[in-house]
Design a protein around this ligand. Sequence first.
Ligand SMILES: *Cc1c(COP(=O)(O)O)cnc(C)c1O
Length: 400
Amino acid sequence: MIDFRALAERYDTPLYVYDFNRITEQYEKLKKAFSGRKSLISYAVKANSNLSVITHLAGLGAGADCVSIGEVKRALTAGVPKYKIIFSGVGKRDDEIEEALRDDILMINLESEAEMGRVEAIAAKLGMQARVSIRVNPNIDPKTHPYISTGLHENKFGVDIETAKRMYIAANKSAHLDPVGIHFHIGSQLTELEPIKEAATIVADLVRSLLAIKIELKFFDIGGGLGIVYDDETTIEPYDYAQAVLGTLYGLDMTIMCEPGRFIVGNAGWFLTRVLYEKVNEGKRFIIVDGAMNDLLRPSLYNAYHKVEVVGKSEEGAPADVVGPVCESGDFFAKNRPLPPTEPGDLVLIHSAGAYGFVMASNYNTRPRPAEVAVIDGADRCIRQRETFDDLVRLEKMCL
Ligand SMILES: *Cc1c(COP(=O)(O)O)cnc(C)c1O
């Protein structure tokens, strides 16, 4: 049990709290599901990119899935071995590609023919051979929120099967490209197995047809996207997930890669905020807290549901909106939740805030970003200090 009151005393609010033992459990669950096969779990750094989180996962054997060169640098800084780092993302600058090649990471994930051309040219300039994989868009509806659905042709991600095949043939002929992997990622917060199975089937068929023309890939990367419980969702069991994917790989001896973000850290994190006061407008109850949408954006951005708890109070009260002080009507954490009466200073705990929480925080309204605290075996330590006003204005110049 984490003593949130003590943490609020020590570090103040608003605050992010992560349970590193929980992160370990999630990682091990997934690793175990793929045991008996060669597998690499590459943590999707964008979900929570705090260096201590990445270091902790690297210590367990995880690789890193990165979507910017900044994330590649984070992964290297945090101690992820270069041969476990993948660089994905729908648009990469030349300087990012060059740096990734110089860093000699495991592979660059290509998302278009044009991008393959850039990677080839830059590898040629450096006199190198670039290890690449291609992101295939299998045109599967993942049945998740449209903002986090990525596997349909109407989305900007990946290339269709025919294009992918053409690209593999070209890459295989190129002196500066080494096609080693294939990749798909159909969306995030997936709670149904069937779309994943369909996507894996389509992609595995492509791998077999490439093998028939002597193009042999080593890595079968099934992306991330495993959903978690925010409210009352039924989620996919790691064992069933692994079995579904492995079932499509008959005749193939490949290393399975997956890139979970939310699954690893989502329910290992909480956002802790303090009640400032309550007010009632025309019969509508508001609990106003010191955290806001700039700290935790998911409710505003996706209308996402997060469990909300008033620490130490369990009785149900009148429905209330939990809102922050930012000047936007979209600044809310929860709407119409039955919550106990609160007093100024009471602590409000927002659950499932470990993924896409702090990483999406901004300084909107000149609000410093919160501190982050890790709890490991019952001991807490600060893994990112709260920002100060000076941090916020440091890069600005008064030129008048
Ligand atoms: C975002 C992303 C992930 C991680 O998604 P989760 O839903 O957090 O597991 C994995 N791979 C790619 C390519 C991504 O863009």
